[in-house]
Each structure stands twice: as structure tokens, then as C-alpha cells.
Design a binder for this molecule. Structure first.
Ligand code: HEM
Length: 449
């Protein structure tokens, strides 16, 4: 995911072209102008209030993006924007359309095959050889090398380790009455577990988080990318040094296993080895920290649901699914590119342009979920798409679920009187297009047993 993060597609200002976004049934039919006039019921066209220019990667927008997406779903569900580097990008906001997009082979992931290639610093190119940025057959080959490590059965064997880690974190808080739930809790769990799986020294976890988060949350502009470069370079250098060490002295960890595959022949190139480790490291923690952080905030803002979960801990499984749907860690998927001019919901998207499924919108689509804005920890069925759909469906979903379930249930079991330590308007959200997560979540509690 890091090349996705680093290479500016995850964060940019989004502007309507010339400040106007329009949609029209007729125009949809003619497939010429996506999103150009809002449809009237039967009398041709009615010009509507233009959809305002917003920067959907900004911290302010992330505070509450849902009304904006509700408007897009109703007025311009396939919405064209212009990125700061002047390329068009399309936001797919309805559930059904997002599912179609993510399963549709007419859209490719590999940007190097797109005729409109974005600018990117040369030293990042090896990172693009990761499965999330590739199509079959390379994607299939790379995913096949690691998918067995993330099966629900193998991940289940980590349960006790995750539980012990979570308990240790709370033990350290026993004499305190407040904490930053992100820094002191949510971040520690996924960074430690993925570091242990890969064989990265756990003491370095804040260092690698700092580097990766500089990429994930950097600003939209080229200047922002330039500022992130030293951090990414440091991360690449760090991973290369670990690979070198494992070549000399293999251990019982995932990096050593991947090094063996690379050395064995034509299954994994050196760039792919680097890209795989960086993807697993970044995807393995940047998202789950947001699941725990956003999830805790959603519960604090919905005290009736918080009490419901405290009273009935067996709700944790459906509860985590609902938190993924309602306050998911990723606002959008990573990008796709149509191989040819292709239409979605009757709107023509030109070949090679950037397309994003907006998960935060699809998962709040009233056409799919009853009372979609309401948090209901017992919601059944709950076919949310927080982990994506299709061949790029999240490889780490079983691990994320395990960590999320243990983190939230242990927090509620051991902490009483949990509440926000600052007014909600004081919370700051991290910048960046793809992720949605808090910079910090200061909380108070009366007791940690
Ligand atoms: C709550 C936490 C998580 C969420 C919401 C999440 C979400 C997603 C989504 C939406 C995708 C697909 C992106 C796209 O199609 O553009 C994805 C892919 C991926 N995720 Fe996760 N993820 C989470 C945790 C993890 C963890 C813990 C790992 C562990 C290593 C992980 C590894 C991956 C990988 C390797 C891919 C690429 C799969 C492929 O291309 O075939 N994720 N994730």
C-alpha cells in the first residue's frame, strides 16, 4: 500500500471542474458528460446549486464527510473531480456501483499500463511492484506467496498473543486516569503484531510508523510529496538493511521466508520483495489503528451502543463489523484505471483516468443499509465493503478483525468511566485521501482494572 500512499494518489485536493458538478439522466444516456446536470423528474434539466469545492483529503473534511457523500450519491453518484496535478479523478459513491467497480476486470490497478502516468520520484518505483498495484498474473503470483500466512485459522493462533499484548498495555495504564487512546493503545497493537510477524524489531515500531505515516498523511500537493520523500527513503533503507541481515542470518519470520523465496528463483524479484514487505508493514498497521480509534470514538459518541456492548460482550463480532461499516478506517479504496473508455452507472469514464470507490459513502448508502447513519452493533446482515471486494479484497481482514475485537472488548471490560477528555470539535483527523483516522483521541477514565 505504501507506494499507493506515497505516490500522491492517496491525498489530494479535490475540486469540481470549474466549480460545477452536474448530472443528468439524459446526459448519462448519451454518455458524454459525466456529472453535468442534476436530473429533474420529467421536465428536462434544472440547474441545481453547484456542489461546493471541497478538499476531501483535508483534516476538516474528514471530521464529517458523510453529508457531502450523501449529496453525491443523490445528485452525482459518479463524480468527476480535478486533482492538483490537473488530472481528472472519479469518485464512485453508491454501494452497488462501488461493488461493480471493484469486481470489474475492465479496470486495472497497474498505473504503469495507464497512458496517463502520474509523476513520481524515481526511487519509489520499486515499491510499485506490490500486489495491490498490480493485475493478474503478477498480482495472483504475489498474493499466492503470502496468502496462507493470513488465513483465519493461522491468524486465530495469534489470539492469545494479541490478548496478552492488549492486557499489558492496559496494565501500564492502571495508575493513570487519562491517555491518548491512539498513541497509548490503538497504535501499539497492530504495529507490534505486524512487526513480530515480519521479524522487524518491535522497538523500532514507532520509527517505522513515523515514516509510513508521513507518506499516508502528507498533503496533496507535489510539495507535500517532496516533504514526505526523506521519510520514505528512510523506510526503504531500513527495510533493505533488514533484508540484508536476514540473508546473512535467517530467522523464523516472514521476511526470512520471503528472502528464501526470492533466492530460490523466479517467483519473487528483489523489487517485489521490498515492495511486499513495505505493503504488509504499512497495510498491516495504518488501517487497524483507525479501526480501533474510530471505533472507540463512535462508541463514545453513541453511549447507548457502548452500554449495549458492555452488557452483552457476545455482540463484539457483529459490533466490529458495524464499526467497520459505520466509521471504517479507509475512506476510499486505492485507485483503478479503465483499460478502455468504460461506463459506470451510465457515465462514461475515459480510458486511463483515475477512479476511486468511496467506501465511506458506499457503506452509508441508504439503498443498501437501513438507517445507514445509525450505529447498530447488532446489525444483521451487514454486507459492508470496508475490506474492499474482488481480487484485491483485503488479505489481512482476519488479522484486522481479531485485533479489533480484542482491542475494543478488552478496553470496555477493563476500563470504567471511559469518556472523551476534550470536546469532539477539538479532535483532529489525519490528512490524506484514502485513510480516515484520528491524530489523537484523548480520553479519561475512572478506573482501569
Ligand atoms: C481494519 C483494518 C483494515 C482495513 C479496513 C483494510 C482494508 C483494505 C482494503 C479496502 C483493501 C483493498 C484496497 C483496494 O481494493 O484498493 C485492502 C487490501 C489489502 N490489505 Fe487490508 N485492511 C485492513 C487491515 C489489513 C491488515 C492488518 C493487513 C495485514 C497485512 C492488510 C493487508 C492488505 C493487503 C496485503 C492488501 C492487498 C490485497 C491485494 O491486492 O490482493 N490489511 N485492505
Amino acid at each position: 500500500m505504501l507506494s499507493s500512499i506515497v505516490i500522491h494518489r492517496w491525498r489530494f485536493c479535490v475540486n469540481n471542474e470549474k466549480g460545477i458538478n452536474r448530472a443528468s439522466k439524459t446526459i448519462h444516456r448519451s454518455q458524454e458528460w459525466a456529472g453535468c446536470f442534476v436530473p429533474t423528474l420529467s421536465f428536462g434539466f434544472r440547474q441545481m446549486t453547484p456542489i461546493p469545492n471541497v478538499n476531501i483529503a483535508s483534516s476538516e473534511f474528514k471530521t464529517n464527510p458523510f453529508p457531502f457523500y450523501a449529496r453525491l450519491r443523490s445528485e452525482a453518484p459518479v463524480y468527476r473531480t480535478i486533482l492538483p496535478d490537473k488530472r481528472n479523478a472519479w469518485l464512485i459513491t453508491r454501494y452497488q456501483d462501488a461493488v461493480v467497480l471493484l469486481k470489474d476486470d475492465r479496470f486495472r490497478k497497474d498505473r504503469t499500463k495507464s497512458h496517463k502516468q502520474p509523476w513520481m520520484p524515481r526511487m519509489f518505483k520499486p515499491l510499485m511492484r506490490n500486489m495491490l498495484d498490480l493485475d493478474a498474473p503478477d498480482h495472483t503470483r504475489l498474493r499466492g506467496l503470502v496468502h496462507t500466512v493470513f488465513t483465519p485459522r493461522l491468524i486465530e493462533s495469534l489470539r492469545q498473543r494479541v490478548q496478552n499484548l492488549t492486557d499489558e498495555l492496559l496494565n501500564h495504564l492502571q495508575n493513570q486516569r487519562q491517555m491518548d487512546l491512539i498513541r497509548d493503545y490503538a497504535l501499539q497493537i497492530p504495529t507490534t503484531i505486524i512487526a513480530e510477524m515480519l521479524g522487524i524489531p518491535v522497538k523500532d515500531r514507532l520509527k517505522f510508523h513515523r515514516w509510513s505515516s508521513a507518506g499516508v498523511s502528507s498533503s496533496a500537493s507535489r510539495f507535500g510529496i517532496l516533504k514526505a520523500i526523506p521519510h520514505i527513503v528512510a523506510l526503504i533503507r531500513y527495510i533493505r538493511s533488514l533484508v540484508k541481515a536476514r540473508r546473512l542470518k535467517p530467522e523464523d519470520d516472514l521476511i526470512s521466508a520471503l528472502v528464501r523465496v526470492e533466492e530460490a528463483g523466479d517467483q519473487l524479484s528483489e523489487d517485489e520483495l521490498l515492495a511486499m514487505i513495505v505493503l504488509l508493514l504499512v497495510a498491516g498497521h495504518e488501517t487497524t489503528v483507525n479501526l480501533i480509534g474510530n471505533g472507540a470514538l463512535a462508541l463514545l459518541e453513541n453511549p447507548n451502543q457502548l452500554s449495549r456492548l458492555r452488557d452483552d460482550p457476545t455482540l463484539i463480532k457483529s459490533g466490529i463489523e458495524e464499526l467497520l461499516r459505520h466509521s471504517g478506517p479507509l475512506e476510499t479504496t486505492t485507485e483503478r484505471y479503465p483499460r478502455e473508455d468504460t461506463s459506470i452507472a451510465g457515465v462514461l469514464i475515459p480510458r486511463g483516468e483515475l477512479v476511486f470507490a468511496v467506501l465511506a459513502s458506499a457503506n452509508r448508502d441508504d439503498q443498501q443499509f437501513k438507517d445507514a447513519d445509525r450505529l447498530d452493533l447488532g446489525r444483521e446482515p451487514n454486507p459492508h465493503i470496508a475490506f474492499g471486494q474482488g481480487v484485491h479484497y483485503c488479505l489481512g481482514a482476519p488479522l484486522a478483525r481479531l485485533e479489533g475485537q480484542i482491542a475494543i472488548s478488552t478496553l470496555l471490560r477493563r476500563m470504567s468511566g471511559l469518556k472523551l477528555a476534550i470536546p469532539p470539535r477539538g479532535l483532529r483527523w489525519r490528512r490524506g485521501l484514502v485513510p480516515r483516522g484520528l491524530e489523537a483521541l484523548p480520553v479519561e477514565f475512572s478506573r482501569c482494572s
